[in-house]
Design a binder for this molecule. Structure first.
Ligand SMILES: [Mn+2]
Length: 376
């Protein structure tokens, strides 16, 4: 059986005043074509299907089109709600849609929604777990021992599969491997918390025994601990911090005893690019003028007409800022093991994020004095 794992579509997302619906339609068309070209049996949507609980009409129409096209081609759909979705609204007509092999799990009712599909090797169990917070799991499962995100996920998932059972879990959670938080793209609502290290996650080991865990929540495509526990990532760049990031879908080949993921690149309708240089140079060397542009101008004196000049050449300029000394492109975020850091290192990172500079020696000394006073 072949699955196409997508996540974090965020249909209806707007960025810097630009409506991204046409970009999203372009990606979903690629997904439909991929299904036909590669013989995909089921599309997995791992949450954050919409960008908001009350999506604009155009976003609902687009999802309607996507589900209809897949259904017409005999492709099943397995979808869960993310933290951006309204669980109740996503469940609308779920009972009717399952007749068309569109399986939606919006609300958590005590266990994942179990769907069984068959291939030449026999049955495959799909456990659809919508986004859950520990308090919500505790509310539905009052007898479970839930102290954090990890024990909440364990309780929500229920028992691991018996040996020989092929199970695929679809979930929208923060998942860590060996205490290492995933690397964020920057457009997740949790990205700031991840960078400061205040976020906890469930352990990827909770998916042991499953053939594949199709995850959503983190917008940067990546594996978590093993190749078969994966964030598909968002199919488009959803913040200017993601300029130049490559996006993909995961084509999962399920065999008799395991799963093999293959990354398939997704091509945006318009690339998102960060340009740096003097205004005169940027407008002179305009290539791919329809791209989404973030321009960092190195002119020593701000030009009041700069945005108009840029948009005359690049009509989809999203952002303009100045870095008179020349700006280095920001490095891609790297996964960081926050649990292994000392108090000083952690606070130092936080300070630098807030202030844009490292602590001085005097500030570090003041911190040490305060720490002693607080007996930390
Ligand atoms: Mn998301």
């Amino acid at each position: 059986m072949k699955l196409l794992h997508l996540a974090d579509l965020h249909l209806g997302r707007r960025l810097a005043g630009f409506d991204l619906l046409e970009d999203q339609r372009h990606i979903l068309e690629q997904a439909v074509d991929l299904c036909a070209a590669r013989g995909v049996d089921a599309v997995v949507l791992a949450g954050d299907i919409y960008d908001t609980a009350l999506p604009p009409a155009g976003a609902v129409t687009l999802l309607d089109w996507f589900l209809t096209e897949l259904s017409r081609r005999g492709v099943a759909v397995l979808a869960v709600a993310g933290n951006h979705d309204s669980a109740e609204r996503l469940d609308y007509a779920a009972g009717l849609l399952q007749e068309q092999r569109v399986f939606l799990a919006g609300q958590f009712t005590g266990a994942p929604r179990r769907v069984t599909l068959e291939d030449g090797y026999g049955p495959v169990e799909f456990d659809l777990l919508p986004f859950v917070r520990p308090a919500a799991v505790r509310h539905v499962l009052p007898d479970a021992k839930i102290t954090d995100e990890d024990t909440a996920l364990a309780a929500a998932l229920g028992p691991a599969p018996r040996p020989g059972v092929r199970r695929v879990v679809v979930a929208h959670q923060m998942v860590v491997a060996g205490g290492v938080l995933p690397g964020c793209a920057g457009s997740e609502s949790c990205a700031a918390d991840v960078n400061v290290g205040t976020v906890q996650g469930a352990d990827a080991a909770r998916f042991d025994g499953c053939c594949y865990a199709a995850l959503g929540h983190i917008h940067r495509p990546q594996r978590v601990g093993r190749d078969t526990v994966r964030y598909a990532g968002s199919p488009l760049c959803y913040s200017l911090d993601e300029c130049g990031a490559e996006k993909s879908a995961v084509l999962v080949h399920l065999s008799a005893c395991g799963a093999e993921p293959e990354l398939v690149p997704l091509h945006p309708r318009r690339a998102m690019r960060h340009l740096t240089g003097p205004l005169s140079e940027l407008v002179a060397a305009a290539e791919h003028p329809d791209d989404y542009i973030w321009a960092t101008l190195t002119d020593p004196v701000p030009r009041p007409d700069a945005m108009a000049a840029l948009r005359a050449v690049y009509p989809n300029t999203m952002k303009l800022n100045y870095a008179p000394g020349g700006a280095a492109a920001p490095d891609a975020p790297q996964p960081v093991n926050l649990r292994g850091m000392s108090f000083e290192e952690l606070f130092g990172r936080f300070f630098e994020k807030m202030q844009g500079r490292p602590m001085t020696e005097a500030e570090a000394a003041a911190l040490a004095a305060l720490r002693e006073e607080a007996e930390l």
